[in-house]
Design a protein around this ligand. Structure first.
Ligand code: GKR
Ligand code: MG
Length: 433
């Protein structure tokens, strides 16, 4: 069996004006759908980050994939997917999916998922059962809360209903969370911070704790918006709220800053774990993070870590090191949802509910035949079907691909959105507080 066709579909997905320390989301998020076909008539599908950088990396890997046996991915990893040993691959300044230094790894990851989908279909097994068997039958996800402006995403006649409304206060965040938890059944909660004054974000977490109680572990992630001093202050202020299965994610920039926050919290008797997807983005970050005790929970991601199997390897490595493992998310559609779910289920040490942006997208943009992935008590159950267990609705792919070609932008630029809609002089400043 050989791969005989490789087609890349850039797509645009409506996205509400969510805020983070990077800025404000544009009315559309960019993604890429990949479809591989084999000489035997099997189809493998995948999803990757979007925009020009991702497209160029997929075009570049294409000649190596055409003619390849989908069972033989190792050579492609060694010759192409393995990240460069040097250079900054952190997400301090660049949002995930925009760093050219991991573009090849991300392209490999997209091909890997499509090959696993093909292999699963060839042998009649779900992807997670190909990789040693599942550690769990369903992947738990967390409620991923965002401060946001009014608006549901999309533009003009294509604008979406604003399901969650404007949310720029602690009280409205509790409402957002209630709505999301009631609808999806999530059992862990993540707040994207780095947007309001730290005292208001502390108050938001306190109100969430008050409303939901200690059964719902809480985490906050300001994407490096805080100085060491502020991070320590937040860690002390929220020591109770973030204990019991929660964590403090990327409070400050850089491994040294994180290590300093850790030392100072421990000196105060506070053991809240520090998590990261900004300082730690690849295997060569693990040792320095572990040696300096900068990070106690690593956020995996099957996209930029180089695939589902690398998430599984990472989870095993973390378990041996006594480090926790969770999963990062960007905006995504149902194909990535299932890639993430399979990755979680083959990673026994994934004891935290994974992040997902999925609630921020709508049925109208889904590319899966049969509509959106369903959640059961906050988790995605692995379907009893071969491969990733999903099929594409190619008419829908064509519709949102056409929309992509009409958009005036080709990369995610949250700072530009801030300047356009909120403050013409806005710059990303770290630390902001
Ligand atoms: O979508 O604004 C966002 C997030 O801030 C995202 O880009 C981050 O990568 O969710 C991510 C995170 O956990 O850092
Ligand atoms: Mg994060």
């Amino acid at each position: 069996m050989r791969i005989s066709s490789f087609s890349i579909h850039p797509v645009a997905v409506a996205d509400p004006p969510l805020r983070s320390s990077y800025g404000r989301h544009a009315p559309y998020a960019l993604r890429t759908i990949l479809v591989l076909q084999t000489t035997g008539g099997l189809t493998g599908i995948s999803e990757a980050h979007g925009g020009d950088g991702s497209l160029a990396a997929l075009e570049a890997i294409k000649p190596m994939v055409l003619g390849m046996d989908p069972f033989q991915m190792h050579a492609l990893w060694m010759g192409w997917g393995r990240p460069e040993a040097s250079g900054d691959r952190s997400q301090t300044w660049l949002v995930p999916g925009e760093n050219p230094r991991d573009a090849r790894t991300r392209a490999f990851a997209a091909v890997e998922a499509a090959c696993l989908d093909i292999i699963g279909k060839a042998v009649g097994k779900p992807v997670c059962d190909l990789l040693g068997g599942r550690a769990r039958d369903a992947a738990p996800f967390s409620a991923y809360l965002f401060y946001k402006h009014g608006g549901g995403g999309g533009l003009g006649g294509d604008a979406r209903e604003d399901e969650y409304g404007e949310c720029l206060t602690p009280e409205s965040m509790v409402r957002q969370c209630r709505q999301m938890v009631d609808f999806y059944g999530f059992q862990e909660i993540k707040l994207k911070g780095g947007v309001l004054e730290p005292e208001l974000e502390i108050e938001t977490i306190r109100q969430l704790m008050h409303a939901f109680g200690p059964k719902y572990p809480l985490r906050i992630d300001p994407n490096c918006a805080w100085s060491v001093e502020t991070s320590v202050h937040v860690g002390i202020s929220l020591q109770e709220e973030l204990s019991g299965g929660g964590y403090l994610e990327d409070p400050t920039a850089g491994m040294e800053g994180m290590a300093e926050v850790r030392r100072r919290l421990l000196a105060d008797g506070i053991e809240t774990p520090l998590a990261s997807n900004v300082a730690v983005t690849g295997f060569d970050d693990i040792l320095p993070a572990w040696q300096s005790d900068a990070v106690q929970v690593v956020l995996s991601d099957p996209h930029y870590w180089g695939g589902i199997r690398n998430v599984q390897r990472l989870s095993d490595l973390c378990e041996h090191l006594g480090v926790g493992v969770s999963m990062h998310s960007n905006n995504h559609l149902g194909v990535s949802m299932m890639i993430m779910a399979h990755a979680c289920c083959v990673s026994p040490a994934m004891h935290f509910a994974c992040d997902t942006h999925y609630p921020w997208q709508t049925e109208q943009d889904e590319v899966l035949a049969g509509g959106r992935v369903k959640f059961k008590q906050g988790a995605v159950v692995i379907p009893d079907k071969p491969g990733l267990g999903i099929e594409l609705d190619m008419d829908q792919v064509a519709r949102i691909e056409e929309r992509y070609h009409k958009l005036p932008f080709r990369k995610r630029d949250d700072a530009e959105e801030m300047r356009r809609h909120v403050d013409p002089n806005w710059q990303r400043v770290l630390p902001r507080w």
